[in-house]
Design a protein around this ligand. Sequence first.
Ligand SMILES: *Cc1c(COP(=O)(O)O)cnc(C)c1O
Length: 427
Amino acid sequence: MTKSDTPSPRPFQHPLPGSALCCGSVSLEALAKRYGTPLYVYSADQILERLSLFQQALQPRDHLVCYAVKANSALAILKLLAERGAGFDIVSGGELERVLAAAPEAAGRVVYSGVGKTAEEIDRALTAEILEFNVESEAELALLAARAARLKRKARFALRVNPDVFAETHPYISTGLREHKFGIDIRQAPRIYKSAAGSRWLQAHGVSVHLGSQIRSANPFGVAIERVNKLVRQLRKDGIVIESIDAGGGLGIDYHAGVFDAAAKVREYAAAIQDALAGFEGRLLIEPGRFLVAQAGALVARVLQVKRSGKKTFVITDAAMNDMIRPALYQAHHEIVPVKPRAGKPRVVDVVGPVCETGDFFARDRKLAPVEPGDLVALLDAGAYGMAQSSNYNSRLRAAEVLVEGAKARLIRRRETMADLLATEIL
Ligand SMILES: *Cc1c(COP(=O)(O)O)cnc(C)c1O
C-alpha cells in the first residue's frame, strides 16, 4: 500500500490506552479545562487533508473545490481553506460577508446558491465580483439581470438544474427530484439559456446541480453529471458555450465507529464524475461541505448528572440540542466516547442535554463506557452542521470553538457571554 492508499486515522484518538482523548497531540481534557465546555474542537490538519484529497483526485482537469460554507462557517476555517486555493459555495449574504472577512482575495472563487436571494444580496455579490450565481428560477434570473443592469456589471450565471435523480438519503436533505423546491427542471433549461442570451447583462457561464446531502454512493453523482453534460452538448449546438459544470456537494461520510477510507471514497466519487464529463473541456466545480469538515470536529461536553429513572439511565451533559441539533432533526447518529476512559462495563444509556424538549438527545439506548458526573464526553464527527446550526434556544450561550493546528490549539470563537445574549434586545 502506498501512503495515499492508507486510510488516515480519525483525528480524535487515545494516544495510549487509558489516556485522554486527543485531537492530534492535543488533549481534549486540557482544552476543556482551559476553554470550558461545551466546546467544539476541530483538526485543521484533517480539514486540509480532505481538501487535498479532492484536489488530487480532480487533478487531471481544470477544477475548483468550492467549500460549502453552511457546513461550518467559522472564519478561521474559511481562511485556512482559502489559503490552500479553495473557493466557496455560499447561500446567503451573511456567508458572503464571512468569506470577504476571512479571505477577501477569494471573492472571485465564490459561487452563490440558494432559492431566495434578495436584491441587496445580489448587489453585494455583483460588486464583490463573485465567480458565478447559481440561479434557481426564471424569476431569479430576471432579478439578477435587473440588478446587473443597474450596477452595470455583467453577471455570470449557471442555472441550477434539477436532473430528477433520486439520491438515497434523509428526506430533509434530498434535493434533486422534480418535486423539491430546488433548481429548474432540466428540460426547461435550454429555453431559459436561449432567452438569457439576449440580455446584455447576463453571461451564461455554467450549469450546476446539487443532489442533496450525506449521499453515500457515487452513482447518483455520475448519473446527474451525465445528464448535465448532455445538456451542455445540446446548448453548444445552439451556440451557447458553457465554461463550467458545478457538480454540487453532498458526498457523505460514515458516522459510525470503524475505519472510514476517505481517500477511496473521494477517488470513487471523482471517477464517477470524470467518466460522466467525457468530452467536456471546461472547468469542474464541486461544492463539498460535510466531507471536508465533519470528521475533523468533536463536541466536548461535561457530564452534569447520571440519572436513573425506571429502567432507563440518562447521562445529562452540559451540551444540548441548541449546540448540536442533528440527532433531534435528522435522527442522526454520532459516536459518543468518554474523554478519559474508566474501568468497568459499558451501560445502555440515553445521552441527553438540559433543554426542555424530549427531542433534546444525542443518543438513545446507546452502549456507553461508564461515566460519572464531572467526566468529559466527546460527540464525534461534529464538525459539519454542528456549530453552524446552533442557537440560543432556552437562552443558552453558544459554545466556544478551538482549532488545532499541528501541536498548537487556538481559540477561534470565544464562548458567548450573558451580555451577548441580551445585546440585541430592546426593553
Ligand atoms: C448544502 C449544500 C452543499 C453542501 O452539501 P454537503 O452535503 O455538506 O456536501 C453544496 N451545495 C449546495 C447548493 C448546498 O445547498
